[in-house]
Design a protein around this ligand. Sequence first.
Ligand SMILES: C[S@@+](CC[C@H](N)C(=O)[O-])C[C@H]1O[C@@H](n2cnc3c(N)ncnc32)[C@H](O)[C@@H]1O
Length: 306
Amino acid sequence: MSGYHVPVLGEEALDVLLEAGAGFFLDGTVGGGGHTLMLLERCPHCRVLAVDRDPEAIEAARRRLYAHADRVRFLATRFDRAVDDIEVRDRGLDGALLDLGVSSHQLDADRRGFTFRRGARLDMRMTPEGASAADVLARASEEELGRIFREYGEERHARRLARAIVEARADRPIETSDELVGLVDRALPGRVETQDRARIFQALRIEVNDEIDALEAALPAIRDALVGDGVLVVIAYHSLEDRIVKNAFREWSRSCVCPPGLPICTCRGEPLGETLTRKPVRPGDQELAANPRARSARLRAWRKAA
Ligand SMILES: C[S@@+](CC[C@H](N)C(=O)[O-])C[C@H]1O[C@@H](n2cnc3c(N)ncnc32)[C@H](O)[C@@H]1O
């Protein structure tokens, strides 16, 4: 997660992305432009397609990357749709980076409603259209709310919280972050810590922005757009996202795709590529001291076979 700060795991991401040299790269989550700036500065012959679904992020990145305008092209879209870009289709990608989640810019702007600051409206949309977090709280059934908090927030008392929301909204709509915080504090048993509230907010944000579907669609699409030796780097901040990335990379790196239980391999399949990170790369103490928001970051990388 980064905005105008130093990009999360920036050196680590660029070391692996640039291993094969200069080329044409996708930054699918350009945000405040941190990783792209680092890439363009480190690699004078590299070009970047800079994508973000948030038009405000695109504008911020455009300003920050002004000095490199001849080597970066911007596109406001979801990263799974970046592969429809004509240059990506015609030429292919030498590497791609997804630095998932929200930017500091989004988190810090009260009117975007990503945080639990008093009075902030529950919006949480990364794009101007679609249903806001307040809309989800108003319209989702008790079962849906339970699923959102359990799956995306790993909340043990998801059903209890879902019921409390349905009861509360019968009186009046839940529209601001402090109304939701109050509800969470009353509904969950025991002492409710900041990180418990953060997980509930994160679950709503993932639902509002359809983040899991976007990631699941993007991974194979970007893999197919990579040229041989091209590298895909993903930085995840949530165990559900990290698991999706880990499993995809593992699946693509298998040499045998026979159904389990066959005594010998009959498919003679070739791996599509190799996982470059046996374990996820985590930020070191120095990075964490400078940017505590990086604490949950996990980087994984995969290289397509030549
Ligand atoms: C953690 S920030 C990226 C920060 C950036 N790497 C930097 O160094 O400044 C994540 C960004 O990804 C964008 N984003 C999240 N999901 C997206 C998706 N499915 N498609 C496109 N952009 C997305 C968000 O709008 C946000 O700006």
